[in-house]
Write a protein that binds this ligand. Structure first.
Ligand code: BES
Ligand code: MN
Length: 443
């Protein structure tokens, strides 16, 4: 195994699950490992404590005559559940047929480590970099980056950059260079519907008091009409429509409906009337149920009216929807349907706005040139449905755009069991970083 892959495996072995407090120390240890790694390659690295998990900042000596590139990534990962569906232990990186299986392999350790190694390679080869580089690696992306924007605001001088670069998005297929010029935003909202003060015999009381599980089902069903349009009042008021050039450009990509079916295994597509699968995924807002529960879930039947039931919702958002406005409109919409037969408790979660940049800007062109020389093909320009909440904050606080050149393949299974990253993309990522810094130095 090459020393680079060995080092990658060390990074992957930290179970840096940010959402789970039992892993707090593992997240911290992962940050320490990064600091060490940066030290070893001659960058100046600092670990910054936050009210949550630490932020790692590292860079070379600033020279005035070259541009400054900030490279953002995250070293935290999603939980591994359901653990029984993993074919290999989730935190023991395992190489099978050219793919590394491990939680975080693609999202995002593999992708940010490729940037780190690209810098290391260039330093080894040239003794210096063509740009000033500032790495910003956080441990809270998967929980909505609650402490990062305040950190950047308080430390603006550490991040005096001309442009930001991130590999935390996807490629539309193996070997197809892909530049992502937009992401959806997100707003989360969970709620509990409470009815009787205890679980009831459904024969004795059924039909005479509200059943919280039925109420949750009704609320969830009320989110969409039969055309797949979200019914929260005002939901579409600020939506910026897709432009003709993007709709045409995406229509020319390999069949998005077929890809959506193949990637998901779903029997059919579904969504807002009048839009293609790619448009629904990349450029239109949605309401999703991420979890729903209540009542008896065990074997056989149990005749019960549960005293409460719950659902976890998230809304994927597009420019210019305001996440806070959408969450409160949704909360009001749910509350107004409740009446007095039961109560609802609403708990807004994390949020972040959508982001769109001009792919034809000077730096956008540099990113495309780097992608082209890495993959020997013209890059495809896409937007994506996932969210990286800090990207719009970086624009608002530092005034700079972010170039998103992701390496995640459609079958890399991020957030799911058996997440994996191909060695091919790991190596391409190292070259991509080197090409990118060279192109940015020219622009
Ligand atoms: N890397 C993803 C975002 C992503 C995935 C962008 C695929 C484009 C394509 C990121 O780590 C992520 O999962 N973000 C979360 C953010 C949320 C927890 C605030 C998301 O999108 O659910
Ligand atoms: Mn993720």
């Amino acid at each position: 195994m090459s020393p680079q892959v060995e080092s990658f495996f060390e990074y992957l072995r930290f179970p840096s699950v940010s959402t789970d407090s039992t892993h707090k120390k593992n997240v911290e240890n992962c940050a320490d490992w990064l600091i060490n790694r940066f030290d070893k390659m001659g960058l100046d690295a600092t670990k910054h404590a936050t009210p949550g998990h630490p932020v790692v900042v590292a860079g070379n000596a600033v020279k005035k005559d070259r541009p400054t590139v900030m490279i953002y990534g995250h070293y935290d990962v999603q939980p591994v559940d359901p653990v029984e569906e993993w074919k290999t232990p989730p935190f023991e990186p395992t190489l099978i047929d050219g793919r590394v299986f491990c939680r975080g392999a693609t999202d995002n350790k593999g992708q940010n480590f490729a940037h780190i190694l690209g810098v290391e390679e260039t330093l080894k080869a040239d003794g210096d970099l063509p740009v000033n580089v500032i790495f910003l690696l956080e441990g809270e992306e998967e929980i909505g980056s609650p402490n990062l924007a305040p950190f950047i605001k308080a430390n603006r001088d550490l991040f005096a950059a001309d442009i930001c670069a991130v590999s935390d998005t996807g490629m539309i297929g193996p070997g197809i260079p892909t530049m992502t010029y937009g992401l959806r935003g997100i707003g989360c909202l969970e709620f509990v519907v409470k009815g009787p003060s205890l679980d009831l015999h459904s024969g004795v009381y059924g039909g005479a008091v509200a059943n919280p599980a039925q109420v949750v089902a009704r609320l969830v069903a009320s989110l969409h009409d039969e055309k797949g349009r979200v019914q929260v009042p005002g939901f579409y008021d600020k939506v910026v429509p897709l432009e003709k050039w993007e709709r045409d450009m995406w229509a020319a990509l390999p069949d998005g409906d077929a890809a959506t079916l193949a990637e998901t295994g779903s029997p059919g597509t579904w969504g807002e009337d009048g839009y293609s699968s790619l448009e629904r995924r990349w450029g239109r807002p949605t309401a999703e149920v991420n979890g729903i529960g209540g009542g008896y879930q065990g074997e056989g039947s149990k005749t019960v009216i549960p005293r409460e039931a719950m659902a976890k919702l998230s809304f994927r958002l597009v420019p210019d929807q305001d996440p806070a406005e959408i969450i409160s409109a949704a909360a009001k919409f749910l509350e107004e349907q409740i009446g007095d037969s039961c109560r609802i408790e609403l708990d807004p979660g994390h949020d972040g706005p959508a982001y769109v940049m001009d792919p034809h800007s000077k730096f956008g062109k540099a990113a495309q040139a780097a992608l082209k020389s890495t993959f020997n093909d013209d890059p495809k320009l896409i937007r994506e449905g996932g969210s990286i909440p800090i990207i719009q904050d970086i624009k608002d606080i530092l005034g700079i755009d972010t170039l998103m050149m992701g390496l995640a393949l459609p079958d890399c299974q991020i957030h799911a069991p058996n997440e994996n990253f191909t060695i091919e993309n790991f190596e391409a990522g190292i070259r991509l970083n080197q090409n990118l810094l060279r192109e940015l130095a020219k622009s």
